[in-house]
Design a protein. Sequence first.
Length: 164
Amino acid sequence: MAIATTLKSYLDNHHVEYDMVKHPHSSTALESAHSAHLPSHQVAKAVVLEDANGYIVGVVPSTNRLEMEWLNESLGRKLKMAPEDELPDLFKDCEFGAVPALSNAYGLDVIWDEQLTNASEIYIEAGDHENLIHLHGEDFCKLMEDLPHNIISTGRDYSRWIDD
């Protein structure tokens, strides 16, 4: 597949330069980072959530865990993970489970983690499990600047410290 047509149109319409990074098949954004030999904190993963008000996609570094309490407090909502069987209807031109971080291209609400502003390069799912879209960090932030953002995730070390 390489890149979902919706994502390609979105990036082209916003005049954003990007290139593709091919990697061995992977099931998660973190696996994609490892298999493509990329810094894991520069690979953004997308998590689809829902509540009575509809869907929203949380975008966080692949190394982090989405903190639902922080997210819900930030948005004043009671979100939970969306069932996986609902995803194909939301991302019709993507392989199952390959949710792109630029989900606003699909008409979905998005909230993103401000920790991504520190990355000079960002990689996101291209719509399949073997390709990532590579963007300059500045371009990613421009695409996301009008969307809600906050610190909504923690790295493994910090979350392990909290749980102890």
